[in-house]
Design a protein around this ligand. Structure first.
Ligand code: ADP
Length: 486
């Protein structure tokens, strides 16, 4: 097949429940397509509420033994998952590119990034320290223990099918939780490959369950209503995140929500323009603009607007567009027709409101869901792309005059995930970093993601932090023990 895997067993078309690989039943299958040409890659079982309930039961049954292992034992399994992912990096990258569309080089990087979470959280598992607090009255000591929250449900999107799952699963497993996850229906194979490797790494049956299906609402309804699930971790759109939070209210489930973004990317007059262009290309055009931390609005100061635009256009025109599996490319297709339509609608709306096309502005000659890398000039807050996540390869340039104006523009969004800015002024660096209303800031860089740093948002971009020493907090609770009679 087009996948040409060295290890074909990594490609599974079955779901994983209670340590068993499950075929489709009467409900049938969901087809998975390669977004580069629309061809069918394969299929996965179309599961719903009943299968989700079985998976939750399995995770619940597996929980005491997994939580009861020493941190070192859990860390050893996580370490093996990391090592296996790197040993199979090329195959995993090919699977990822086939189902998701990103260039192979980006897919390889995602696999390494995803594996990094298993390494990091395996190490962190050993640092789930508690506290001993001096007594408040004679003869007592007070303890604070950290314990795993229990069964975790994880719902992940299609844009980073390996990394978005890895960062949740690794943290949950490290803390001693068991997991039921639902990958996006467009990209289930990366998740299932992770299931194969987890099994090989010695992860006990039922500790990681993977439910596939097209009816996300049915699977999500079971996850949010089942009392055995103690926590939901979700990465996806703000609309779905809100809905899931409401569904979790009755059961008072713990939540981590990593939702949409609308990142500003500010270029000040005193910026290193070449560095800013490189950062803008990395931040805006990676994964064809389909990342939640993508620069969505490029705010450029008056004095360098024209020079920056010229350099950016040259860099954008040099991007190589094409299918990720064949040849060296910088930009792949969009995930599906709906995504393409949204990008087209945003560009049409911008043009209707006075924007000018500097390059691109139309579908790519390759057809399908390929869209030409685009730079728009004279963008204004009246345009849809100022308020909504475009999720495509479109860089709109807004013009501003003062620092205060830039900050106001940057924060004029309901979202608060990432923000970027370029300056060589040290005092301004501090001022702007502190003034941006977002969970993550890139100063003189367009790439911020790493497992060792806390990833997450504020405002309508959600809450909770993934990665870093804080990442385990989302999967553990504190139990206070008061010891008397001393
Ligand atoms: P995107 O625009 O990235 O597809 P979504 O929020 O729609 O964002 O999807 C992210 C994940 O949430 C996917 O796995 C999707 O299947 C899932 N999802 C979508 N709707 C629901 C829902 N009502 N309940 C639970 N999960 C959902």
């Amino acid at each position: 097949t087009r996948l040409a895997l060295r290890e074909p067993t990594l490609w599974r078309q079955q779901a994983l429940i209670a340590g068993r690989w499950c075929d489709a039943d009467a409900a049938g299958t969901c087809a998975v397509h390669d977004p580069a040409d629309g061809l069918r890659l394969g299929s996965v079982p179309d599961m719903g509420a009943a299968e989700t309930r079985c998976a939750i039961d399995a995770a619940d049954a597996a929980f005491p033994a997994w939580a009861g292992k020493t941190a070192k034992q859990r860390a050893q399994v996580l370490r093996r998952i990391h090592d296996l992912m790197l040993a199979h990096q090329e195959d995993l990258a090919r699977l990822l590119t086939a189902e998701q569309g990103k260039p192979l080089a980006e897919a390889r990087a995602e696999i390494a990034y995803s594996a990094g979470y298993f390494e990091w959280f395996g190490e962190q598992a050993k640092r789930m320290d508690g506290e001993v607090i001096p007594g408040h009255v004679p003869g007592v000591r007070l303890l604070a223990l950290r314990q795993p929250v229990g069964v975790v449900a994880a719902i992940t999107p299609w844009n980073f099918p390996s990394a978005m799952l890895g960062r949740k699963v690794a943290a949950a497993l490290a803390a001693g939780c068991t997991v039921v996850c639902k990958p996006a229906v467009q990209t289930p194979f990366s998740a299932l490959a992770l299931g194969v490797l987890a099994e090989r790494a010695g992860l006990p049956a039922g500790v990681l369950n993977i439910v596939t299906g097209a009816d996300a609402a049915a699977i999500g309804a079971e996850m949010t209503s089942n009392p055995k699930v103690r926590k939901l971790s979700f990465t996806g759109s703000t609309a779905v995140g809100r809905r899931l939070m409401a569904q979790c209210a009755d059961g008072l489930k713990r939540l981590s929500l990593e939702l949409g973004g609308n990142a500003p990317f500010i270029v000040f007059d005193d910026a290193d323009l070449d560095a800013a262009v490189a950062g803008a290309i990395a931040s805006k055009f990676r994964n064809s603009g389909q990342t939640c931390v993508c620069a969505n609005r490029l705010l450029v100061q008056d004095g360098v607007y024209d020079a920056f635009a010229e350099k950016l256009v040259a860099a954008v025109q040099a991007l190589r567009v094409g299918p990720g599996l064949t040849g060296e490319t910088d930009q792949g297709p969009l995930i599906d027709a709906k995504a393409l339509e949204k990008v087209e609608a945003h560009v049409a709306d911008a043009l209707a409101h006075g924007a000018r096309v500097a390059t691109g502005g139309h579908r790519h000659a390759l057809g399908g869901t390929f869209y030409a890398p685009t730079v728009l000039l004279d963008a204004t807050p009246q345009m849809r792309l100022a308020h909504e996540e475009t999720f495509g390869p479109v860089a709109p340039l807004f013009r501003f005059k003062t620092e205060a104006e830039a900050i106001a523009l940057a924060n004029a969004t309901e979202y608060g995930l990432a923000g970027y800015f370029y300056t060589r002024d040290n005092a301004r660096a501090w001022r702007v970093a502190e003034a941006l209303e977002c969970g993550m800031v890139g100063l003189n860089t367009g790439l911020i993601s790493t497992e060792v740093a806390p990833f997450g948002g504020i405002k309508q971009s959600g809450f909770g932090r993934e990665g870093s020493q804080h990442g385990l907090e989302d999967y553990s609770h504190i139990k206070y023990v008061c010891i008397g009679g001393l």
